[in-house]
Write a protein that binds this ligand. Structure first.
Ligand code: FES
Ligand code: FES
Length: 159
């Protein structure tokens, strides 16, 4: 298999690695960098559990070839906490009990962060629309949407 050399920045750390051209970003994160917070669900772009941020925008790790992320900034759930302090969206998911089994949670949180970064005061419908591609089999989505609304309120207070 043909390989290529890439440099990527994951959670503010620089990595220079050689990858087969068909290796996905999800495989690199979980298998090469041991960042297991990003989940492997369907592997076909249907569930959103592999969502990470690339230069601040949500992407599906299972559909993104590592060879295409050269010199990109990747944020996984492990990188949201800073100096031991959880991100407000993480805090809100805890406070509102928006995680049950937790399998969808990293993707939900990262996707929600991306929404609040560009729209700090989303409506309930905007939150639901934004999270549409992320499947949760446990919560029924109500608590997840409440958590994002709560995080928006908390972040607004801190401005
Ligand atoms: S594992 Fe990527 S969308 Fe399901
Ligand atoms: S909390 Fe279990 S899939 Fe969402």
């Amino acid at each position: 298999m043909k390989t290529c050399d890439i440099t990527l920045f994951v959670n503010r750390e620089k990595y220079a690695i050689t990858v087969p051209v068909n290796r996905t970003l999800l495989q690199v994160l979980r298998e090469d960098l041991s960042l297991m917070g990003t989940k492997y669900g369907c592997g076909t772009g249907e569930c959103g559990s592999c969502t990470v941020l690339m230069d601040g925008q949500p992407v599906l790790g299972c559909l993104t070839l590592a060879a295409t992320v050269n010199r990109k900034q990747i944020t996984t759930i492990e990188g949201l906490e800073e100096d031991g302090v959880l991100h407000p969206v993480q805090e809100a998911f805890v406070e509102k009990s928006a995680a049950q089994c937790g399998f969808c949670t990293p993707g939900m949180i990262l996707k929600s962060k991306a929404l609040l970064d560009k729209n700090p005061t989303p409506t309930t419908d905007e939150i639901a629309d934004h999270l549409e591609g992320n499947i949760c089999r446990c919560t029924g989505y109500v608590k997840i949407i409440e958590a994002v609304e709560h995080a928006a309120g908390q972040m607004d207070k801190n401005l």
